[in-house]
Ligand binder design. Structure first.
Ligand code: SAM
Length: 325
């Protein structure tokens, strides 16, 4: 399916819960109280029905996210059912990896093909300061993911000045050692917290400069790893592949946007950085037929904006944990 601006949109990110077992400063900080009632979350059957309708409309890539998708008990069942749906080509997962050490193999067997893992620091103290969690569990999860044999495992680091810029180089070395691409992501205004300030914002251009003091960055303009908006560079000495995701400073960021989101409470969100949402859950629970659900997706295609509004004094309403990263 094409949107109004001629972009092919075939990638749906599905948040299966707004709950998370970590408390990242930039996402769902300590003391967060905005939980949705779990009865408002789509059930496994409702998620599967939405995926079937979406696949019928041409969506081909699906990513389960949250919150933290691994805290949801029926995750394996959801993946197993999704895999059977005609048209579903790729099932990916975004996770903090804290529970991946035990779940990597069953998830791979159930049908997950690609895994994105958040890793904002390697230093245990810095990792805890950012996420409230234990980096050793994450590293065990990353190793389990490598052993499980997923088609692709990527590491994601959100950049914060004064918090983790000194972690970027160790992360590059870690990524090189494990043969994993690392993506450096600009902080987006997605939750109401005092860390989302200009002072904490570290543009990808500056991260590139920091890295170029250590190694030569060789552009990889034709490198497409998966379905995201990262621009990739190979580091000449270390061999690391580093992607830069500049949602704020890359003015062409939205030009090739190919995705929509489904929130845990069943709203289609055509753009992460725009408050517009279309409710599917009421239609699902009112017993609507597939045609009605399809029409709601078509409305979402019509409403998908040309660009996000992050650069326009954007005020977050629903935090990232509720929308799905
Ligand atoms: N819990 C999973 C995880 O840790 O990957 C999945 C959900 S998380 C919301 C998905 C991604 O969104 C993570 O890579 C996270 O770092 C990113 N994210 C969350 N809040 C962000 C923000 N304010 N700016 C940029 N990225 C953010």
């Amino acid at each position: 399916m094409n949107d109004t601006f001629g972009r092919t949109v075939d990638y749906l990110r599905i948040s299966i819960t707004d709950r998370c077992n970590e408390r990242c400063l930039y996402c769902m900080p300590e003391g967060y109280k905005g939980w949705e009632a779990t009865r408002d979350h789509l059930s496994a059957d409702e998620i599967i029905r939405v995926v079937r309708v979406a696949a019928g409309l041409g969506f081909r890539k699906f990513r389960l996210t949250g919150g933290e998708p691994l805290v949801r008990n029926d995750l394996l069942q959801i993946v197993g059912e999704m895999k059977k749906i005609p048209g579903v080509e790729v099932i990916g997962l975004s996770t903090n990896a804290t529970r991946l050490a035990t779940l990597a193999r069953p998830l791979h067997e159930a049908g997950v093909r690609t895994v994105n893992i958040s890793l904002d620091a390697l230093d245990p103290k810095v990792y805890r300061q950012i996420t409230g969690g234990d980096v050793d569990a994450v590293i065990a999860g990353i190793r389990a993911a490598i052993v499980a044999g997923f088609e692709r495992v990527k590491l994601n680091c959100v950049l914060m000045r004064g918090v983790n810029e000194q972690e970027i180089w160790p992360l590059v070395l870690f990524a090189a050692e494990h043969g994993l691409p690392l993506r450096l992501i600009e902080l987006m205004p997605l939750t109401r917290t005092d860390v989302l300030t200009d002072k904490n914002f570290l543009p990808i251009g500056e991260a590139m400069q920091l890295l170029s003091q250590r190694d030569e960055l060789v552009p990889q303009p034709d490198r497409k790893l998966g379905h995201g908006p990262a621009k990739y560079y190979q580091l000449k000495q270390t061999g690391s592949l580093v992607g830069f995701i500049g949602a704020l400073t890359n003015l062409h960021f939205c030009e090739s946007c190919n995705k929509m989101r489904l929130t845990a409470d069943g709203k289609i969100r055509p753009c992460l950085g725009n408050h517009g949402e279309i409710d599917l859950r009421d239609a699902l629970r009112a017993g609507s037929d597939d045609e009605t659900l399809k029409n709601l997706f078509l409305e979402a295609f019509r409403q998908k904006p040309l660009e996000h509004q992050f650069r326009e004094n954007y005020q977050p309403v629903r935090p990232m944990t509720a929308i799905g990263g």
